[in-house]
Design a protein. Sequence first.
Length: 285
Amino acid sequence: MSTEYKVLSILDEEKNMRRAAERLYVSQPALSQRLQSIEKAWGVPIFLRSQKGLTVTPAGERIIAFANDTLKREEKVYEALTSLSSEVHGTLKLAVASIIGQYWLPSILKRFVENYPSVKISLVTGWSSEILKYLYEDDIHVGIIRGKPDWRGRSHYLLSDELYLVDTTIRSIEELQQTEKPFIQFKSDSTYYQEIQEWWQTQSFAPPKKTIVVDQIETCKQMALNGIGYAILPSISITEDVNEYYRIPLLDKEGKPLKRDTWLLTNDTALQLKQVEKFLELLDT
């Protein structure tokens, strides 16, 4: 019955037969027939079909909630069984800050999958606030966030990286007083914005008059490297040849480099899983 629950769960997520069929690796007519069989077995319509997609019926809401709960319970049992085995397998569920997922994690995961090829990887990226939500809802095994963690479970310090002002022509912080270039800013969590704003307040000149806001840090970086404006970037994201641009460290009131910490968060239950245990061991090597 769990396969039927998976079908309902994916249909509920997508609200679209075509996209759900693609995720389930079946044809759309086959999925439609499968859904009819499931609805017949329950004796009620679970979805209403229209040109705009699928709409869950009131009865369907209850059935899908039951299906998702059953799938989650089934996964917990599977994890408990796999933890009894000497072989490392199962699924490693990770949620990491987007910057970490883009620049730091790939090399780590490469080593992990080479060492433990039987382990499946489930990875989502996002803002640190979203990752904490995944942890509190027990949807992941390991979260990696930026900034000081607000977490009562296990936490493990990973790294710190300094913040730099990056530009193709500006050579010092003092030159910001004369520049007409815009400040290019990428969307991030509130703590990052707060740190930058606090740094501007320590300066003897006003914040930038013009700002360009972009969605992704890589877009922000490439715009700065192409001379469109200047950006403030964490060192973990700066991988290009240093001769292509100027990189000026940001200093706090005491003249110390401004840094962003990265933390790994998990809990005691997740640590009982061999795939989680081995992932943390790999980070310590």
